[in-house]
Design a protein around this ligand. Structure first.
Ligand code: BGC
Length: 268
């Protein structure tokens, strides 16, 4: 059943071909948005998401771009404007992990993660914000001139040994999001972040693929279940809608309580 809260709005979801991005792309389409499914490598996976949306009567197309590359990001936005005319919602979701012990981490592992997770969000948000400012508020679409949703993580606040590049990128996303929100609010642009906890996707397969791994993971989750991409998709659809029109500059965690210091429940 469609809630149609985003009827006719145009959304770009980076990394929309898998994991959380796929869940978000499907949920925005379900809420009535036309969705551009960005991908970096897996054209068939992106096409599958598009097919899912169009089979259900929605509108979507896929668009290849490595979000860490300025020229590719600009070409992607050109394509969005060519096909759909404008944009209402950017979901800055594309991200990856390149884990290593701190002393073994290569500059390449550092740069790749910062490049895609953080610089990629900057490059996409800048192009979206320019278009939101150019168009301004059109209240037949939304009360806001535009919405930017940054995919952060519980690791914007929870330090993560063995993953310092990733945790640094997410801490950076938090301040990118807040600073953009402060600067862009007078233009009626809302900027928010979602902080997912452990969501069952390919990025953290090792943490849930065996019963032992999953049980260990669940000790970090008071609510005692792993999250699903739909948990994040539904939140993104709500945050993008006018029901969340007074929310800007903050991270909403969807983590089953992972940020509640579960180790203190019977300790300290
Ligand atoms: C990471 C996952 C991890 C989760 C909770 C996410 O941001 O990408 O690998 O399972 O945080 O630690």
């Amino acid at each position: 059943m469609s809630t149609a809260k985003l009827n006719g709005q145009i959304a770009l979801v980076t990394g929309g071909d898998s994991g959380i991005g796929k869940g978000v792309a499907l949920a925005l389409a379900e809420a009535g948005a036309k969705v551009v499914v960005n991908y970096a490598h897996h054209a068939e996976a992106a096409e599958e998401v598009v097919k899912h949306i169009t089979d259900a009567g929605g509108e979507a197309f896929s668009c290849k771009a490595d979000v860490s590359q300025e020229a590719q990001v600009q070409a992607m936005f050109k394509e969005v404007f060519k096909q759909y005319g404008t944009i209402d919602i950017l979901v800055n979701n594309a991200g990856l992990q390149k884990d290593a012990k701190f002393v073994d981490m290569t500059l390449d592992e550092w740069n790749t993660v910062i490049g895609i997770n953080l610089t990629g969000q900057f490059l996409c948000a800048r192009e979206a914000a320019k278009e939101f400012i150019r168009r301004g508020v059109d209240d037949t679409r939304s009360r806001a001139a535009g919405k930017i949703i940054c995919m952060s993580s519980v690791h914007e606040v929870i330090p993560w040994g063995g993953h310092v590049n990733y945790a640094s990128s997410k801490g950076g996303i938090m301040m990118l999001m807040k600073s953009m929100a402060q600067e862009l609010a007078p233009h009626k642009i809302r900027v928010v972040a979602i902080g997912p906890g452990a969501i069952q996707t390919p990025i953290n397969k090792e943490a849930w693929e065996t019963p032992e791994a999953l049980n260990k993971l669940l000790t970090l989750i008071p609510y005692n279940r792993i999250g699903q991409p739909e948990d994040i998709g539904k939140l993104a659809a709500w945050l993008a809608s006018d029901d969340a029109d007074y929310i800007t500059g903050t991270t909403i965690f969807s983590d089953g309580g992972m940020t509640l210091y579960p180790g203190f429940a019977d300790n300290g």
